[in-house]
Design a protein around this ligand. Structure first.
Ligand SMILES: Nc1ncnc2c1ncn2[C@@H]1O[C@H](COP(=O)(O)OP(=O)(O)O)[C@@H](O)[C@H]1O
Ligand SMILES: [Mg+2]
Length: 317
């Protein structure tokens, strides 16, 4: 069996680390992925893109890449474009889907154009936009960087007097910042594997929102999977999330975050094209609920690179 696996995928680079704000999470994701691939008999090697130029993959005869990078430079189409140029097949979304999903403002514009509900928002470009936020959205609002992940630089703002400071804090993480209408309700995430939806997870935190602490540190975050919604409702929501995922050009695997307000209306928050893959991450949790173990999940994600095998002949599909 092991040799079959090795033959099917060849020499696999697990791209991890990098130099985004989410480097540490990427190292965790990448090592978990690497260990799973090795356990499945695949010839996998960890490659830290912070220290190693991608041309190393050509020099060392790698057949494909499993991209385990989060955030800018890894999840945003940059690495994907470089791998296209090098003719190396890779996992997950392509250049367009990665770039669009990383841009929360442009993702929301696409959803709005398709009448998929997403909270109203204002991009804060200069100080005059602070007044626009108050006028258009009212309070509270969520202020967050347009391109960041892991809740880095995000804050709930209760009143006008706090807005400028939150904008400044968010700008430490990104040159583009947005304010979004605060959704009162429950938070969910839809995991997508090989373009199929896995069971929804409902997230509950006693904190103000699902912030960095709640994601990675606190032990009082609750994850409900099954999520408690009626089966038919879950199916409908998953269909909507697949639509929202495809709308931004994302493909292969990923995660769509959304909220359900008190009236039961779903509000799209964001698409993650390379979500966390540590043993306590959300996609593995949803996969487990569907009877897919961690190693099998990782192999199924690696399979998403097979559709790009024509890259190796220099033929674009
Ligand atoms: N409009 C909103 N209303 C209420 N909570 C929000 C809103 N936007 C984001 N959040 C909370 O902030 C968290 C992080 O926001 P998100 O847009 O998913 O950014 P990230 O890319 O950092 O995960 C979400 O998981 C949710 O708990
Ligand atoms: Mg999120």
């Amino acid at each position: 069996m092991a040799t079959d696996m090795a033959k099917r995928f060849g020499k696999v680079a697990v791209l991890l680390g990098g130099d985004s704000a989410e480097r540490d999470i990427s190292l965790e994701t990448g090592h978990a992925v690497h260990d799973a691939l090795v356990a499945e008999g695949i010839d996998a090697h960890a490659v830290d893109t912070r220290d190693t130029p991608l041309t190393f993959l050509l020099e060392q005869g790698f057949d494909r890449a499993f991209i385990a990078l989060h955030g800018r430079g890894g999840e945003d189409g940059v690495i994907q474009g470089a791998l296209e140029v090098l003719h190396i097949p890779y996992t997950g979304s392509g250049v367009l889907g990665s770039a669009l999903a990383m841009d929360k403002v442009r993702s929301k514009r696409v959803w709005q154009s398709m009448r998929i509900s997403t909270p109203d928002f204002v991009e804060i470009v200069d100080a005059t936009d602070l007044g626009v936020v108050e006028e258009r959205l009212g309070f509270p609002v969520m202020v967050k960087p347009v391109h960041e992940g892991s809740s880095c630089g995000a804050a709930r703002v209760e009143k006008a007097g706090q807005l400028e400071a939150a904008w400044a804090a968010s700008r430490q993480f990104d040159d583009r910042v947005m304010a979004e209408r605060w959704v009162v309700g429950a938070e969910y995430t839809a995991s997508i594997l090989q373009d199929q939806a896995l069971p929804l997870i409902r997230l509950e935190t006693p904190r103000v929102f699902y912030d960095y602490e709640a994601k990675y540190v606190a032990d009082d975050t609750r994850y409900l999977c099954p999520c408690g919604l009626p089966e038919k409702r879950e199916r409908e929501l998953n269909a909507l999330m697949l639509q929202a995922f495809a709308a931004v050009g994302a493909s292969g695997w990923g995660r769509v975050d959304f909220m359900l307000d008190e009236q039961g209306t779903p509000w799209l928050i964001e698409v993650n094209t390379i979500p966390g893959m540590t043993s306590h991450s959300l996609v593995p949790m949803a996969a487990a609920q569907a009877g897919i173990g961690f190693n099998e999940l990782v192999v199924q994600i690696l399979e998403t690179s097979l559709s790009r095998d024509s890259l190796r002949q220099g033929v674009r599909t």
